[in-house]
Design a protein around this ligand. Sequence first.
Ligand code: ACO
Length: 402
Amino acid sequence: GLDISKLRDTTGYITLDQGYGNTGSCESAITYIDGDAGILRYRGIPIEQFANRPNFIEVCWLLIFGNLPTAAEYGDFSERLTRHAMLNESMKHHFQGFPTQAPPMAILSAMINALSCFHPDMNGADSDDQFIAAAARLISKIRTIAAFAHRSSIGRTYNYPNPKLLYVENFMHMMFSEPHAPHETDEIVRLAFNLVLILHADHEQNCSTSTVRMVGSSGANLFASCAAGVCALWGPLHGGANVAVLDMLEQIHQGDLSVEEYMRLAKDKNSGVRLMGFGHRVYKNFDPRAKMLQEVAEKLLKHLNINDPLLEIGRRLEEIALNDSYFVERKLYPNVDFYSGIILRALGIPTNMFTVIFAMGRMPGWIAHWREQNLQGARIGRPRQIYTGPTEHDYVPRDQRG
Ligand code: ACO
């Protein structure tokens, strides 16, 4: 690529690229995407190869450190995750300060930021040791915070992490146990949930990851940078889309609109309606994650003996869209959010937690990018602009303004 970072200094010109459709903001060795061919690779490994061995913790290590963990690395990292699952007791007061019904994404972002106050010694993450300690805490504690946010939002007591449980099982336990979470020990559920997290784990310079890098480029600590990533993910055009998909399917299911009426609105630019879970800035053929999730959704619902009418509505929307010139010409295909909600719903996860689970999955990606940028000694992010405001004019004293 052409490095135009000094173009302004040498020529006076500024490139304008709305939404950064064609501007590389960094060099990165973490994730490769070929949007035309529907290819996604983590550190060179095709995403499809994780389908049969879904282990989120391995993928966390792979993304952050660049290699699949050795047995010793895996053992050490798993042990750290188990050890750091607890939150400092005084963090509980923070949860209680939120009103019930507070959006869990708001709680998540605030509490991840708060973590930086509880681990000030790790804020610089200057050494490898400090960095691993901070990364392990974030990956482990985001799960505890997420479950506590849910318990707090429904006004129930917290379930403390159980060191005997694996990553996903422990999350389900903290979310639901009284005394046992549904599906807590179901192997197919565990694998499906692991795969959901893996498929969300990184996606190069998306909105939230670019946010983490931007905030981190000022020298902000890992916790603060990731808290900012959560805020970026919250929006309905990014991570919030998985909630919007479910709302859309529910709306159709409740009979407010038929599938055909919804599709008519989605094609009408004045309606403000979009076919949620469709379209992607980079994928212009298919999103490999959506394909994998569709398969998992079908398998899981069958296994759990669930007949979800929303899955059927999703299938019909997809079928119409794939044969409609509006969607075909604009290369709009299902994205990762289209089927993930159906899976999470089958596991009994409430809709307002979907984006939180996306954040749990994306955490290793954010951490990997923050670290990569720090190792590169990157320049602070500071875009330029094209000024469109008034030209110079004089200040008018208040008594002369009419
Ligand atoms: N429904 C209807 N029309 C759409 C949709 C959609 N879901 N997505 C894009 N379009 C249309 C646009 O109106 C535009 O039409 P035009 O060329 O006639 O003006 C054209 O397709 C291109 O769309 P853009 O908005 O320019 O695409 P962009 O790359 O900026 O946005 C995005 C991508 C945000 C994903 C968009 O497709 C969208 O809003 N989808 C729905 C929300 C969603 O599912 N987001 C999740 C993204 S994946 C993720 O975050 C994990």
